[in-house]
Write a protein that binds this ligand. Structure first.
Ligand SMILES: *Cc1c(COP(=O)(O)O)cnc(C)c1O
Length: 425
């Protein structure tokens, strides 16, 4: 038995399903989760002494690679000065200004401890600001596990949502309208039918959470126009895309003008951070200025702020986005070529340094087309890579990430592993 297997046995007696977040359990690919001991640059090291080229990057935050010296130093220094004050500290301003500088739609900002908190606070704020109740979300988009947002199915354009998680009251789920992604006509219809009741449209401007799916020009145009025209707010959930696809996030890359934006992942540099920000007149509705309550014991935590600020400072001083694009291009072109040689139908969707290899002919433009992917084939491919020291997301429906620490040699090693893994699919 490997040490990972031993640890997993113990963990299953201690944690629900052996994990503290469900995807980590490998249910979607089979086998036993790998227990990691440490990470550096583009590499993870497991408890059995195996090294992996990492494409999970802690699900997005590690854009500079693991244990970047500037981030480690900043966090260590902050920790020495005290790990939490429960009161304002200058480090909050450092991070806030870095975010605001890069994302002009953010006039005021509020830090939280996770992306989930940021998204559910943004919904409460949108409802409080507009005095309306309905929320529009898109099937396949993930906005954390707040009750109103755990409504995902309901494929018919205007079907009122059904909770996909038990424990979400039907009464609440009914307030979330679920529409197909990339379907401007469905959005138009929703506004026609429910316009004056819709508080907000929340969207991943580039989706990572059904695998990577990019928005069409028509869909973007509808997102930009319809909420504003109908007095609803547009919430760009940039928890994944913020500082990932560009310094200014997806809204900058795509020319989207959201009223509110949520952040997480990269802005915490690998520590627990989230944020919501947007137009002053909306943000001022939050407590203590306004009537919408929102709070957090560890919000604006000095160690997390320091790690986040160090990360954004490196991103700003030495923007890696061009190199990230080149590396990701080499990888995705390579994967497509290998698939062709092996006569496999795959679709590789990518945006900046996020990508997903779907085991389907494609195109993949929404949840329905993503779900056509052969998840068993993906599972075999995943384990083929794992055996050869390459760690992909343990689910077909997740984004993979290239970091600034991935070298051309890492990409080559990955492509060689992919070639061998394809023979086993
Ligand atoms: C990860 C993610 C979240 C949730 O953030 P947590 O920090 O895991 O709570 C929300 N929205 C998007 C788009 C995400 O990728």
């Amino acid at each position: 038995m490997s040490r990972s297997e031993e640890f997993f046995k113990l963990a299953q007696r201690t944690f629900v399903g052996g994990v503290n977040s469900p995807v980590r359990a490998f249910k979607a690919v089979g086998g036993t989760p790998i227990f990691f001991e440490r990470a550096r640059g583009a590499h993870l090291f497991d408890v059995d002494g195996q090294r992996y080229v990492d494409y999970v990057g802690s699900w997005g935050p590690m854009i500079l690679g693991h244990a970047h010296p500037a981030v480690v130093k900043a966090a260590e220094r902050a920790l020495e000065r005290g790990s939490s004050f429960g009161a304002p500290c200058p480090a909050e301003l450092d991070l806030a200004w870095l975010v605001r500088d890069a994302v002009p739609s953010v006039e005021l900002i509020r830090f939280t401890s996770s992306g989930t908190e940021a998204c559910l606070s943004a919904l409460r704020l949108a409802r409080g600001f507009t005095g309306r109740k309905l929320i529009v979300k898109f099937a396949g988009c993930y906005h954390g596990h707040g009750d109103s947002l755990l409504v995902a199915a309901g494929s018919g354009a205007l079907t009122l949502g059904q909770p996909t998680s038990q424990g979400v009251p039907e009464e609440l789920a009914r307030l979330t309208l679920v529409l197909p992604y990339n379907d401007p006509a469905a959005l138009q219809k929703a506004f026609k039918k429910y316009g004056p009741k819709i508080a907000a449209v929340i969207v991943e401007p580039v989706v990572g959470n059904m695998g990577v799916v990019t928005p069409s020009a028509e869909f973007l145009e509808a997102l930009d126009r319809l909420p504003r025209k109908n007095g609803a707010l547009l919430i760009a959930d940039e928890v994944m895309t913020g500082f990932r696809v560009a310094l200014g996030g997806a809204q900058r890359a795509l020319g989207l003008r959201p009223d509110l934006t949520t952040f997480g992942k990269i802005i915490g540099g690998g520590l627990p951070v989230g944020a919501l920000g947007g137009a002053r007149k909306i943000m001022e509705k939050l407590a203590p200025l306004g009537p919408v309550y929102q709070a957090g014991t560890l919000s604006g935590n000095p160690v997390a702020m320091a790690a986040g600020a160090a990360t954004l400072t490196v991103l700003k001083r030495e923007p890696p986005y061009k190199v990230l694009q080149d590396r990701t291009d080499s990888l995705t072109y390579g994967l497509r070529a290998i698939a062709r040689r092996n006569r496999r139908d795959i679709t590789v969707n990518a945006f900046g340094s996020m990508f997903t290899m779907f085991f389907t002919k494609g195109p993949v433009t929404d949840l329905a087309s993503a779900e056509k992917a052969d998840t068993r084939a993906y599972g075999k491919f995943f384990h083929g890579l794992r055996k050869r020291g390459v760690y992909f997301p343990p689910s077909q429906f997740e984004a993979a990430f290239v970091s600034a620490a991935h070298s051309p040699a890492d990409i080559e090693k990955t492509l060689a592993a992919a070639d061998a893994a394809f023979h086993e699919v």
